[in-house]
Design a protein around this ligand. Structure first.
Ligand code: TXA
Ligand code: MG
Length: 346
């Protein structure tokens, strides 16, 4: 599919950013799709109230129509145009974590095109903190629907270069705002049930949310375990293969010594490892941070998975972090890219 001569719009200085935002706003007003930087990952944005524009997101990504999109807003007032009620819990969390990497699922208003919600009665909303994303939404005056800007099934993009790899020819513009700060997608929290439930872990953790609300919340078991094909999923995104590079990814749980021992015994593999592992392994590797530096692992993970592809890796063995704090989000992305195939001891 080569419909566009895709242009990267640099936005690293204020002047460049204003030009990029203005050009992108014009395209978005004409129902086009534009890739934008956010603090989590790059997003593939379109007018979230325009059915045709949103259908172009699905087309560009090759995304299944039953997987709903997140609406991005720049101000709390915008929420009233798209959701039917704003529970107290949501207001409290918005005050604490917006703008930022938290997506909340609300009951939706009729004004939200069914394609955005994939036919559900709910809609996902977040207010990003990235300056370019916020300024662009403000200039447009409408919420931007934006999934991660990768081809469906590929690792989410954390740079304009990654977006170009997947979207070249499919969209007119990519705004280049530099590398993504966080590197993994937002925490998705459903607030429609009695107990708020995390459907996708992210930078904002279960304990961050519980501390703010003052009571315990739930976490969907699909985050760490494979869902059976026919099992009901709370979030449609859970049932699809995700974050898959060309290479076959396997995850390893265990100490540096055990990881190195296993990796060194394998043929024709690459390792995704912690700094502590480097001196023990004698295979080709990429390192994504110290074992306890979940922020670094989150930032480096998707770029590393893409780099393994450019190195021609057939099999990647990834040393998985502890499933606590932001480590749980890194573990979740790795587990999904590995189809939940785990080696080593839990
Ligand atoms: O950080 C992020 O959230 C990035 C940036 C661009 O904002 N966006 C992103 O979007 O990751 P996407 O489409 O790749 O992931 C959205 C996830 C999917 O797993 C989807 O199934 C879920 O949110 N979701 C969206 N609307 C939902 C709804 N109404 N109910 C349950 N899950 C929903
Ligand atoms: Mg995605």
């Amino acid at each position: 599919m080569k419909q566009f001569d895709t242009q990267i719009l640099p936005a690293l200085t204020e002047e460049q950013a204003l030009l990029a935002i203005t050009k992108s706003c014009e395209a978005l007003k004409k129902s086009q799709v534009v890739a934008i930087p956010t603090e989590t990952v790059y997003g593939l944005a379109a007018n979230g109230l325009d059915e045709i524009a949103c259908s172009r997101i699905f087309e560009a990504k090759g995304r299944p129509q039953d997987n709903p999109l997140i609406l991005h807003i720049s101000h709390l007032d915008m929420l009233n145009d798209i959701v039917s009620d704003v529970p107290q819990v949501a207001l409290k969390l918005a005050k604490a974590f917006w703008p930022g990497p938290l997506t909340m699922i609300f009951n939706r208003k009729e004004s939200v095109p069914p394609i955005v919600s994939a036919g559900l009665n709910t809609v996902a909303v977040r207010m990003p903190s990235h300056k370019i994303a916020i300024e662009l939404i403000k200039m447009c005056g409408f919420p931007l629907a934006a999934p991660s800007a990768n081809l469906s099934g590929k690792p989410s993009p954390t740079s304009a270069k990654h977006v170009m790899e997947d979207m070249n020819g499919r969209i007119p513009y990519i705004i280049d705002g530099g590398g993504s700060d966080i590197g993994i997608e937002s925490t998705v929290l459903s607030i429609c049930n009695d107990v708020p439930t995390i459907l996708r872990p992210g930078k904002i953790t279960k304990s961050d949310i519980e501390k703010n609300l003052g009571f315990p919340i739930a976490i969907d078991p699909g985050i760490t375990e494979k869902k059976e094909y026919n099992e009901a999923v709370s979030s449609p995104g859970m049932k699809y293969t995700h974050y898959s590079p060309e290479a076959d990814v396997k995850i390893f749980i265990g100490s540096s010594r055990d990881f190195a021992h296993y990796v060194n015994s394998q043929q024709d593999i690459y390792a995704l490892c912690f700094e502590e592992d480097v001196k023990l392994i004698n295979k080709l590797y990429l390192c994504y941070g110290k074992s306890n530096d979940f922020e670094s692992q989150a930032r480096e993970l998707f770029g590393s998975l893409r780099e393994f592809d450019s190195l021609g890796a057939k099999t990647v063995i990834a040393h998985a972090p502890e499933k606590s704090g932001v480590g749980l989000s890194v573990y979740n992305r790795l587990a999904k890219s590995a189809g939940f195939e785990v080696i080593g001891n839990e």
